[in-house]
Design a protein around this ligand. Structure first.
Ligand SMILES: NC(=O)c1ccc[n+]([C@@H]2O[C@H](COP(=O)([O-])OP(=O)(O)OC[C@H]3O[C@@H](n4cnc5c(N)ncnc54)[C@H](OP(=O)(O)O)[C@@H]3O)[C@@H](O)[C@H]2O)c1
Length: 300
């Protein structure tokens, strides 16, 4: 791996692509996309679901929000068996019932289930709740408390061979975890690493993000608006830049997160109007001046 100094990464806000020789950002009819290492192409902005289907809003409203997101091109949906004890997956199942083929569906297995039998069982239960026969991507939710990572890889590969998942990845893996994974036979088939990444939390830029870029592992940015309550959107600098450009703070924050072409942001919202703002990021490219101002306000 090439050494990447912090100084080199300090220019990331403006020059992440040129600094690391990343693939050029691609666009489709619905906006920016990210290519996975096996050639699959996904939208650069998808939809999270950690708190959906749990009574925060009427279920129909949340279903309408997610359905609107799908229509606007945010066709990657991220979920997990633990979200609401399966309720998020059930809500998604209702939303995608008649449009499964339009969706790139991601779910996750919790570490305490990450044994050969546990993963098989969790995957079957997720598929049943989601009302589908396959996941497009299946992730190990956390590395901690996983007894045998080689067994996890082997089981993921078996699920892939059997067609129940199209590919697999990890979440919350640091560089040491990724290096450990790469030493396991088949570990290099890992398609993505899902980690926290937002203007307010740029920690992954130090090591995890460059490692993933160099090993062609797409990064999924969770909590891209700052997590529950979307703190990034209340930041005065974000609000000022967004309003001076006639953009929503959400579109600005998400366009920033996916600016490199290697990152997929998965904001969550149960509100149709918020989803519309988030989807606008798919077609928004930030200018050098905006990126510089954001870098100054949120140093790497
Ligand atoms: N792998 C992991 O360990 C992990 C951990 C955390 C999250 N995740 C995944 O990442 C997804 C997103 O992360 P997150 O939910 O923590 O944080 P987030 O997407 O940064 O923020 C979600 C919050 O932002 C609000 N919001 C969304 N769009 C908005 C807009 N345009 N304007 C104003 N507010 C807006 C949402 O409320 P409204 O509903 O009111 O819009 C919600 O309170 C999760 O749903 C989950 O799928 C994964």
């Amino acid at each position: 791996m090439h050494a990447i100094t912090r100084r080199r990464f300090a220019v990331c806000g403006v020059g992440l692509i040129s600094a690391l020789g990343l693939p050029n950002r691609a666009t489709s009819a619905v906006g920016q996309t990210v290519s996975l290492s096996d050639g699959a192409v996904v939208p650069a902005v998808g939809q999270g679901s950690a708190r959906l289907g749990q009574g925060r809003r009427p279920a129909e409203e949340e279903e309408q929000a997610m359905s609107t997101g799908l229509s606007l091109g945010m066709t990657l949906i991220d979920t997990a068996e633990v979200y609401g004890g399966g309720k998020a997956e059930q809500l998604i199942g209702r939303v995608i019932k008649d449009r499964r083929d339009q969706v790139f569906l991601v779910s996750k297995v919790w570490p305490s289930h990450a044994t050969r039998a546990g993963i098989q069982e969790s995957c079957s239960a997720s598929l049943a709740r989601l009302g589908t026969d396959h996941l497009d991507l299946y992730l190990l939710h956390w590395p901690d408390r996983v007894k045998d990572l080689a067994e996890v890889v082997e089981t993921f590969e078996q699920l892939r061979a059997g067609g129940r998942i199209r590919r697999w990845g990890v979440s919350n893996f640091g560089v040491a975890d990724m290096e450990r994974l790469w030493r396991i036979p088949g570990g290099e088939h890992c398609a993505t690493n899902q980690v926290p990444y937002s203007l307010a939390d740029r920690k992954v830029e130090r090591a995890v993000l460059p490692w993933c870029v160099q090993h062609r592992v797409a990064v999924m940015a969770y909590s891209p608006l700052g997590g529950e309550g979307a703190s990034v959107l209340r930041n005065p600098t974000v609000q000022r830049i967004a309003s001076s450009q006639g953009r929503s703070p959400a579109a600005l924050a998400l366009a920033w997160a996916v600016r490199s072409g290697s990152v997929i942001a998965i904001p969550e919202s149960g509100s149709v109007s918020h989803v519309r703002e988030n989807a606008a990021a798919l077609t928004l490219t930030l200018g050098t001046d905006e990126l510089r101002q954001l870098d100054e306000a949120f140093p790497a």
